[in-house]
Write a protein that binds this ligand. Structure first.
Ligand code: ZN
Length: 130
């Protein structure tokens, strides 16, 4: 298991971590299998979506904000209830196939670390299994 450190710079953002994950796959020496990603946080998540057009991630974040407002009489006292809800909706895991030593992603797909309560230093756990 490899632990990647991710430094976020905004309260809410999607960071393309594809190249960092590719590097972990290369270093593992595993050529056929799966790459398992896990975000060990309650206000951050991981997802796969379009990396070519940055407006896609802007739209995703905008719609999440619209549907889960920062303030909505939440019972959670810490003040970050919206971040917890967004993290659960997006999810804390992804699994990507590995073939010929590379991640098998669609042409337009990238792997995004999703920050919902930043900025912070975060972790992503990566396990490559042959
Ligand atoms: Zn909280």
């Amino acid at each position: 298991m490899k632990k990647l450190s991710v430094r976020t710079s905004s309260q809410i953002e999607m960071l393309d971590i594809t190249s960092q994950i590719e590097k972990v796959v290369e270093e593992s020496g595993i050529t056929e299998g799966v790459c398992y990603l896990f975000v060990p946080h309650t206000t951050a998540a991981v997802t796969i979506n379009e990396g070519a057009d940055p407006s896609v991630k802007s739209d995703i974040l905008k719609e999440l904000d619209k549907n889960i407002p920062l303030q909505d009489n939440y019972q959670h006292r810490e003040g970050n209830a919206a971040a917890h809800i967004k993290a659960s909706i997006i999810g804390s895991t992804e699994i990507v196939p590995v073939d010929s030593g590379r991640l098998v992603l669609g042409t337009w797909q990238s792997i995004f670390f999703c920050e919902f309560d930043g900025p912070r230093t975060r972790s992503v756990l990566v396990k490559v299994m042959g």
